[in-house]
Design a protein around this ligand. Structure first.
Ligand code: AHG
Ligand code: MN
Ligand code: MN
Length: 330
């Protein structure tokens, strides 16, 4: 079978559509290279003394792990060198990081969750990197927070890497969702999933059920109906999966279907996951693969952001199940 690399895929997209410019293509390659470096650090683990806490908190008061900070540094360094960004937002930084003005300041904004699934780092369970690309508004000067306040529908590219048994890169440039596996011998991401499609139906759901007492009525109803199995209104048995790394849960869903839920609840009134660098990129990837993504009431990609680190409820995956949950909310 003839397999193409990430570089070849991007060049082919550029030739075919014109929507992938050379600058966007080079930016995605810089991010992919950073993911390779993060994958390498993750793979070393205790051998490189990268496990454990960093002894600091991020802007949302969450304890940072050493690998959260290492991954953030790798992404900054790669993109400062790359020169395709005007600024970058990260879960690990309170304010946008404006790129040094070396004369190579680029036309894009990058938003990243440098390492997703921090609670899984030290226990050798899959973790990953999530990224979203927006155009930098044309107004002159260094981009401020306002420049980032664009709904997810404006993303020009979105992707995530999973550092698991294999290192995988999932990507969309708005023309379907594709997947690459890192070939460690040749050092390239090689296309292994040329056309990812999420089955519309599923019998697998992902939710942290330790929050059950806090759920809203629609969520309770949906999960109760799943739990009732064959004898209940759904007429079939369901299975639970919760990895606690969104990258790994979403990767499973784009591979074999499923629904992922981190809804707003009585404890997480605004939701738990971040809109700009978790929900938005995952929503674009899932929609481009034929799935759906909502906060319960609004399509994730239509939400107008008002803050860099704002949270949202998330329900995404197999279309028919997501629509069912949305119908319970309305
Ligand atoms: P992060 O490690 O970047 O803070 O994100 C973790 C997120 C997400 O990956 C996962 O789905 C969720 O938090 C897990 O939450 P619980 O610990 O509540 O299960
Ligand atoms: Mn995360
Ligand atoms: Mn993170």
């Amino acid at each position: 079978m003839r397999r193409i690399t990430l570089t070849q895929y991007l060049i082919e997209q550029q030739r075919a559509s014109g929507s992938v410019t050379s600058e966007l293509r080079l930016l995605i390659e810089v991010v992919a290279r950073a993911c390779k470096a993060i994958s390498h650090a993750v793979g070393k683990g205790a051998l490189a003394d990268v496990l454990g806490g960093a002894g600091s908190d991020n802007v949302q008061g969450e304890a940072q792990k050493k690998l959260d900070l290492i991954s953030n540094e790798i992404l900054i360094e790669a993109n400062e060198w790359g020169g395709h960004l005007a600024a970058m937002v990260s879960e690990e930084m309170e304010r946008p990081h404006v790129m040094p003005d070396t004369g190579r300041k680029g036309g894009f904004l990058l938003l990243v969750d440098p390492l997703d699934g921090s609670s899984n780092i030290d226990v050798n369970v899959s973790i990953g990197t999530i990224f979203s690309v927006l155009r930098s508004p044309p107004e002159g000067g260094a981009p401020d927070e306002k420049a980032f306040m664009q709904p997810g529908s404006k993303q020009v590219a979105a992707g995530f890497a999973v550092y698991g048994p294999q290192t995988i890169l999932v990507l969309t440039v708005g023309n379907g969702t594709v997947g690459f596996t890192l070939d460690r011998e040749i050092g390239s991401f090689v296309m292994t999933q040329p056309n990812i499609r999420i089955p519309a139906d599923t019998a697998e759901y992902a939710i942290n059920s330790s929050n059950a007492r806090n759920w809203d009525v629609p969520v309770k109803r949906y999960i109760d109906e799943c739990l009732a199995g064959k004898a209940g209104v759904r007429g079939k048995d369901f299975n639970t999966r919760w990895i606690a790394s969104m990258v790994a849960d979403v990767y499973r869903i784009i591979t074999r279907g499923g629904i992922f839920m981190y809804p707003r609840d009585a404890k997480y009134k605004d939701g738990r996951l971040r809109l700009m660098y978790e929900a938005n990129p995952m929503a674009m990837i899932v929609e481009q693969a034929g799935g759906a993504a909502t906060d319960g009431k609004t399509r994730i990609l239509d939400i107008q952001p008002t803050a860099l680190h704002q949270r949202t409820g998330v329900v995404l995956g197999s279309k028919n199940e997501v629509e069912r949950v949305a119908s319970y909310f309305s």
